[in-house]
Design a protein around this ligand. Structure first.
Ligand code: PNS
Length: 163
């Protein structure tokens, strides 16, 4: 049974993330989307909000082999705890590579048995990031086509509440 963990801040989960997730769901028996629980990163959306949005997306997209979760502490420890042998990450551009290279080196050092699988982002999403979604939403722009449609209103309502 091949189990993968797709970790991230997902603040919020975008359609770029969804593209990577669908690719991973086609390759692995089970994929856990794991939200990092780390307030040091000053997330805009709470862990509960992010997991709720991911659950709604999983349901709407009919991703039957995808589960949600959250973790604090080391990612490789979480992966081991849930029986995952693979980590999943997306790469948008060369600028992501340096960051991912460093994360991979640390994770390999911590647990050489866990490997990371990378999916190239759809070029149509290469400009897209959670921070751009937050900024557009906060400034009253449209986030349609940037995040799963089932979460548009939830995201805009949460962003408005924080003003
Ligand atoms: O979406 P992000 O913020 O780029 O995801 C970063 C993430 C969650 C993959 C990374 O910060 C992480 O794994 N944090 C958990 C702590 C950890 O395991 N650190 C060692 C590897 S950097």
């Amino acid at each position: 049974m091949k189990i993968g963990v797709y970790p991230g801040s997902f603040d919020p989960f975008t359609i770029g993330h969804l593209d990577v997730l669908k690719n991973a769901a086609g390759l692995f028996d089970t994929v856990f989307v794991a939200v990092l629980n780390n307030n040091a990163k000053s997330p805009v959306f709470s862990v509960d909000d992010r997991v709720e949005m991911i659950d709604r997306m999983i349901e709407t997209e009919g991703l039957t082999n995808v589960r949600s979760g959250s973790f604090s502490g080391l990612l490789v420890d979480y992966a081991k705890q849930i029986g995952a042998q693979y980590l999943i990450r997306g790469l948008r551009a060369i600028t992501d590579f340096d960051y991912e290279f460093q994360i991979d080196a640390v994770n390999r050092h911590l647990n050489p048995d866990i490997r990371t699988v990378y999916f190239m982002a759809n070029p149509a999403h290469s400009f897209l990031s959670s921070s751009s979604v937050r900024e557009i939403g906060e400034m009253g722009g449209s986030i349609e086509g940037l995040v799963p449609a089932c979460n548009y209103e939830y995201i805009l309502e949460r962003l408005a509440r924080q003003k």
